[in-house]
Design a protein around this ligand. Sequence first.
Ligand code: 3HC
Length: 293
Amino acid sequence: MVNLQVREIAVIGSGTMGHGIAEVAAISGFSVHLNDLTLDILQRALNNIRWSLDNLHRKGQLKEEPSEVMSRISVTTSLEDAVKNADFIIEAVFEDFNVKSSIFRRISEYAPPHAILASNTSSIPISELASVTNRPDKVIGMHFFNPPVLMKLIEVVRGDRTSDETVNVTVELGRRLGKEPVVVNKDVPGFISNRVFMRLIEAACLMVTGNEATIEAIDSAARFKLGLPMGVFELIDFVGIDVVNSILKAMVNRGFRFSGCGLIDERVKEGKLGLKTGEGFYKYPEVGKYSRV
Ligand code: 3HC
């Protein structure tokens, strides 16, 4: 039984994931308060949302005019203003425990007592974020995938003290956002998808370094046999080699066994971080075409 009716959503952090989550919420009819450190950053986020909405509209995938959707998004640099009337808050800031925990502490001071505090983290334990708040039973993981507007999955992650009511509200909200929420019962490193994805990366790296197959051959097998929308290395480039590397490190620190991937380490050292820098495992000559920010 779900008691809380979510009407207003606050999204904290307006980067790749944050602005995408705000867009999804606004498309689904919610009032959204988007927060970040500066108005310049927020303006870039609004530009990206507009680009995406125009794209969807052009293809007939949006029921309303882009400007109607945009009108439901307000931006603010004040964390307090963003969360003070919100029923549900989704944090999507930089993946760093100190940054996230300080934000969680402040959100829990400013948000209404009934509000649920969700984190889009891919690697930080939900229970540790919950422990700095005044409402650990209302803290939960809500892990979206990039690009949030196109990717259907949401991992709903239970912390040690998350209540059933909080899980139910989050699952229901995920469905109202048009997504397929899956519940992760234990706050395990990597949840479901990153845990499986890292095993794919491990196997793929070992095959390349053992000279058993090329990067291109493995990616073709992933696309044309496993049916993935992108090859393994292509997906690492898309997510960001540095991002994958830091998720991996965080998982290993929490006990995930991984045999290492020199191919990733090399590229991180060289600053070849994938799509966003124009080169990773592949070359992307038209960086501007892919990175709008
Ligand atoms: N909004 C609106 N439209 C978008 C968009 C966005 N954010 N991003 C891409 N598009 C559009 C493109 O402009 C393109 O439009 P066009 O047809 O008019 O040219 C269209 O979508 C299709 O894009 P592409 O032709 O570039 O490529 P695909 O058909 O392959 O689709 C994809 C793109 C949906 C990203 C697909 O490749 C895919 O599903 N890839 C896997 C992505 C994935 O696994 N993401 C998860 C990463 S892991 C993560 O996020 C978790 C974290 O913990 C790291």
